[in-house]
Design a protein around this ligand. Structure first.
Ligand SMILES: Nc1ncnc2c1ncn2[C@@H]1O[C@H](COP(=O)(O)OP(=O)(O)OP(=O)(O)O)[C@@H](O)[C@H]1O
Length: 627
């Protein structure tokens, strides 16, 4: 709750909306206690007094009634009716939606067809029909407004419930013997409540307007009782001659609805922080580049030469330094492993290479990525598009998320091939079959017509590899491609990658958590921590004698088959938040070798031969590393 309120308070517009609404609500609450004139007492000799009259601050209406008093009492009534209608509509709609979505089948059909029938009427006609049937009056207007909004909630919540009702945790609850009512209350409801709150927060304003609309037409509050709509309705005839009688209630409606909508948007954003971080906003086609420092010149090291790369996420006033000055290079045909704990910046480094970090909120703020001497960070989007897949291709962790579920894998492969080569469909298909064979998918000719869900996880990952190979790239960046696979399939996939590397001269950048994989596949390895490379060198050298305490501790966490019984040492503490990186060594807090100078200034990556380490007190002795 505190987190939600903090997030909400950070949104200035929502905060302003909340404060205005709170003030209006407070005023409405204390209205009976205020020394106001009676809102219903008429005095025709005193009619149409202007604003700021001595005895009527906001003037009087056509019957000489005090407009300030009517405004306060009217606001109170309009707010009460609007909120009550929203609560009734949300409760009924959510209940209907949950029942339809959870039980499905005939129940769903019957309920939703009824809802569809309600939705088939224009809502204002439906509201008018309900009020006509029940008779004019504020309570009936409330019922009408609630009734016309029930279908909106029912439809929304039913859709969400259908998705949740088929989730494994609901199946588990059912298997555990929970009754349907218990499952709905304990498993479904908590998951749909945020959606109900979001839907309510964005519709209350609308319901206040609808109630005001009915009162304006004379179907809501009845004279002499004031609500904002009826005040507007009564002022209609004096709109030109005495506009203040319309402006006063009109302004209040505007203020209330604006405040509710701003607050509602804030509530939605706070409940779904992805909206705020930009995750759901449409990202740009290439990562935004904003390099302040001069671009480093190419060193000519390797086919891919990453220099001082800095990538940040700018979320409101916070800056997350996900990649804080990374230097890497990969030679043709070489396999470079990037290893590190979760959140150390491996994926963001990899995605930055081809401008694939989503912007907003991602920004490349420094450094360069040279591919064959050409700076990709500064390259125009057209050039990047040409090179994506053709020169540098990616394999991602979860092939289910990258393959389109509604297209056959063959069609997706053919599309990937044809994106860079103007070849016919038949030729594309032949090439796709060859690719599936290259990644050792049995019966490639028939499996090409499978949908992704018809394949096993390992096969889908092979399709991912085939897709990365589709345009004979020089470099493949594989971001934890085997993490989701079991060990035997993992071994097969690694073997395929290794063979392809040797047969095609592919360079591979392999991102992983697993030192075993690094040992099997990689020529060199770079260890990342808090957005920096802390150690880099030949795999055998680092595995034999890690020099950075972090690398040594990371290796000590890995169990060894046949290595006898030994205690696995977890690394105490957590990596620092990348928006609050400490000065000096980011690992200092968790390091057993830490000394005072570790916490000060920039620590460079010191190189001796091919082995680099970013540590002031590195491990010198392999026995010490093993401890
Ligand atoms: N959209 C975002 N907004 C803010 N911070 C982000 C965003 N995306 C990533 N980060 C931060 O960037 C840092 C690096 O993330 P990255 O995904 O590169 O880590 P990783 O080492 O690949 O982790 P994993 O092994 O779990 O994939 C993390 O601290 C992460 O929280």
């Amino acid at each position: 709750m505190t987190g939600f309120l903090t997030l909400l308070a950070r949104n200035r517009l929502a905060l302003a909306g909340g404060i205005v609404l709170l003030l209006v609500g407070l005023l409405a609450l204390v209205t009976p206690l205020l020394p106001l004139a009676d809102p219903d007492v008429t005095n025709t000799s005193n009619r149409f007094r202007p604003i700021f009259s001595p005895d009527a601050l906001l003037g009087t209406d056509h019957l000489g009634r005090d407009l300030l008093s009517r405004l306060m009492w009217g606001t109170r009534l309009s707010l009460a009716v609007g909120f009550a209608a929203a609560i009734v509509a949300a409760t009924l709609g959510a209940a209907i939606g949950i029942i339809a979505g959870y039980y499905g089948g005939r129940t769903d059909n019957v309920i939703m067809r009824g809802v569809d029938m309600l939705m088939a009427f224009p809502y204002i006609l439906l509201a008018l029909a309900i009020v006509a049937a029940l008779g004019p009056g504020l309570l009936n207007a409330l019922i009408a407004v609630a009734a016309v909004n029930v279908p909106f909630f029912a439809r929304n919540i039913r859709g969400i419930t259908v998705g949740i009702a088929h989730k494994e945790f609901v199946d588990a609850a059912r298997l555990a013997g929970l009754s349907n009512t218990r499952i709905i209350l304990s498993e479904i409801l908590p998951n749909v409540v945020p959606v109900i709150v979001i839907a309510m927060s964005t519709t209350i304003g609308w319901m206040i307007l609808e109630t005001a609309g009915l009162s304006f037409l004379g179907l809501g509050s009845q004279p002499p009782q004031a609500d904002l709509g009826s005040m507007l309705g009564e002022a209609r005839s004096a709109l030109i001659t005495n506009p203040h009688t319309s402006i006063v209630p009109g302004m209040m409606i505007l203020i209330i609805v604006m405040a509710i909508n701003l607050l509602g948007d804030g509530v939605r954003d706070a409940l779904d922080p992805r909206l705020k971080s930009g995750a759901l906003s449409r990202p740009m086609a290439a990562t935004r580049v904003d390099r302040k420092a001069p671009v480093p010149a190419p060193t000519g090291a390797g086919l891919l030469d990453v220099q001082s790369l800095e990538t940040q996420f700018h979320v409101k006033d916070r800056v997350y330094r996900a990649v804080g000055g990374v230097d890497l290079h990969v030679e043709k045909g070489e396999c470079l492993g990037i290893i590190g704990e979760s959140g150390s910046g491996k994926s963001v480094t990899a995605l930055s290479v081809m401008g694939l970090v989503a912007s907003p909120p991602g920004v490349v703020t420094g450094g360069a990525v040279y591919y064959d001497g050409e700076d990709l960070i500064g390259a125009p989007y057209r050039r990047l598009r040409e090179m994506r897949g053709r020169n540098v291709a990616y394999i991602f962790q979860d092939p289910l998320a990258t393959l389109h579920p509604l297209y056959r894998v063959g069609d997706q492969l053919i599309e990937a091939i044809r994106a860079h080569r103007p070849i016919g469909k038949a030729e594309g298909r032949a090439k796709a079959v060859d690719l599936l064979r290259a990644v050792r998918i049995p019966n490639a000719e028939t499996r090409i017509s499978d949908y992704p869900h018809e394949m096993s996880g390992g096969m889908r990952q092979r399709v991912g590899i085939a897709m990365a190979l589709a345009n004979d790239p020089d470099i493949i960046i594989a971001d934890e491609p085997t993490t989701a696979l079991d060990v035997t399939v993992q071994a097969q996939v690694l073997t395929i990658l290794d063979d392809l590397r040797r047969s095609r001269g592919l360079a591979i950048v392999f991102i992983t958590h697993d030192f075993g994989v690094v040992a099997q596949l990689c020529d060199r390895v770079a260890v990342m921590y808090a957005g920096r490379i802390v150690e880099e060198g030949r795999t055998a050298e680092i595995l034999d004698a890690p020099r950075h305490p972090y690398t040594a501790r990371l290796m000590a966490c890995v169990p060894e088959l046949g290595g006898g019984k030994r205690r696995l040492e977890a690394i105490a503490g957590l990596p620092p938040a990348v928006n609050k990186l400490p000065p000096g060594c980011a690992f200092a807090e968790r390091c057993t070798r830490v000394q005072e100078d570790c916490r000060q200034g920039h620590i460079p990556l010191a190189r001796a031969g091919g082995h680099g380490v970013r540590c002031l007190h590195p491990i010198d002795d392999s026995r010490e590393a093993a401890q």
